[in-house]
Design a protein around this ligand. Structure first.
Ligand SMILES: Cc1cc2nc3c(=O)[nH]c(=O)nc-3n(C[C@H](O)[C@H](O)[C@H](O)COP(=O)(O)OP(=O)(O)OC[C@H]3O[C@@H](n4cnc5c(N)ncnc54)[C@H](O)[C@@H]3O)c2cc1C
Length: 310
């Protein structure tokens, strides 16, 4: 690893200022679980901007626009959060599937997005959950959808002077009020989500394929009123799977409908061949993962309903 200097900002404003001054000569460091292996492989910048002390990037709060998560939250914090498990089950599951306990203690949500690996587990869940990202520079802020942010392997919409400063999951509202036990979309809709992953072994493994889904049901008709899904590790970037909604919107989520939606989603993904797997295996396994993600999303939605009733 070549020589580099570590910059430790006292807060977000200083971090953004240093980034504006350093530009592409400054690499941003969060947990370092992706950045340090890359640096060892020879991709190193002369300055490392260490975000770890920037407490303004470590938060989890419910706002009017949904659940807001700080990019410095670790996978462990996300997986352990009762609030995330309750209202964004898929994200908690994805965080729990990252690496080992040691990795999860350092790996952050912002780093998973910033690395933009097609196999990044949290990215699959965030795209399915319709996450929006706040990108900040010393000049100002903008907001982009996570699905648009992830452009290709290691490629994002982030400019050299920008940081991811917040991740919002829209439409996530606490039904029972602050501190209440029953959570979900509230009102007429029941919402649930799920993340599923297959790797070459059960743990500490990158995905060969992953899928996440979020399903909203109308409480009175039992029909699907909103559905979104995403696939990871099957294409150069995390893929939103719109064809799943094409099958399920407005219908009752019968087992046959879920299977057909999963088949359409896997076909839309048109998986790739690479060192970890063949395209044919990926398409077959992705259909199974999408179907399981849809089934588990429905169970999650009905669990929230049962929680609200008790
Ligand atoms: C042994 C091992 C196992 C792993 N297993 C998995 C796995 O199962 N699933 C999985 O998804 N990943 C896995 N990873 C990859 C890695 O742990 C995750 O991608 C992690 O979320 C990266 O977060 P980090 O905080 O360590 O990022 P860092 O390494 O600090 O940064 C990664 C990239 O994101 C950028 N970045 C970080 N924060 C920000 C920000 N706020 N704004 C802008 N850019 C930012 C950095 O500049 C860098 O380019 C594994 C890694 C290892 C070493």
């Amino acid at each position: 690893m070549g020589e580099f200097q570590v910059l430790r900002p006292r807060g977000l404003e200083e971090a953004l200022q240093w980034l504006a001054e350093g530009g592409s000569r400054t690499a941003v460091l969060a947990g370092g679980t992706d950045l340090f292996p890359q640096q060892r492989a020879g991709h190193h910048a002369p300055y490392l901007l260490d975000l770890w002390p920037v407490e303004e990037l470590r938060f989890l709060e419910e706002g009017a626009d949904g659940l807001r998560l700080g990019p410095l939250l670790t996978m462990r914090e996300v997986a352990d959060s009762p609030l995330v498990r309750d209202v964004a089950h898929a994200l908690a599951q994805a965080a729990l599937s990252v690496g080992s306990p040691q990795i999860r203690n350092r790996a952050t949500l912002g780093g998973n997005l910033g690395r933009a690996s097609p196999a990044a587990d949290a990215c699959t869940a965030l795209v399915a959950l319709g996450a929006r990202l706040e990108l900040s520079s010393f000049q100002g802020r903008r907001e982009v959808a996570a699905a648009d942010f992830l452009v290709g392997p290691g490629k994002t919409l982030l400019r050299a002077d920008e940081l991811i400063t917040a991740i919002t999951l829209p439409g996530v509202v606490v039904a029972g009020g602050a501190g209440g036990q029953s959570r979900g979309a509230g009102g007429q809709r029941l919402v649930g989500s799920s993340f599923q992953k297959v790797g070459r072994r059960k743990a500490v493994t990158l995905a060969v394929a992953s899928a996440a889904a979020r399903v909203a049901l109308d409480r009175s008709t039992g029909r699907v009123v909103q559905v979104s899904a995403a696939a990871g590790a099957v294409a150069p970037r995390t893929l939103p799977l719109e064809d799943v909604a094409g099958v399920l919107l407005g219908v009752e989520p019968t087992p046959a409908a879920l299977r057909e939606a999963a088949r359409m989603g896997a076909a839309q993904a048109r998986p790739i061949d690479d060192v970890r797997s063949s395209a044919a295996y990926r398409e077959a396994v992705l259909a199974v993962l999408i179907e399981r993600a849809l089934e588990e999303s429905l169970r999650d939605a009905l669990d929230i309903e049962r929680g609200a009733a008790s």
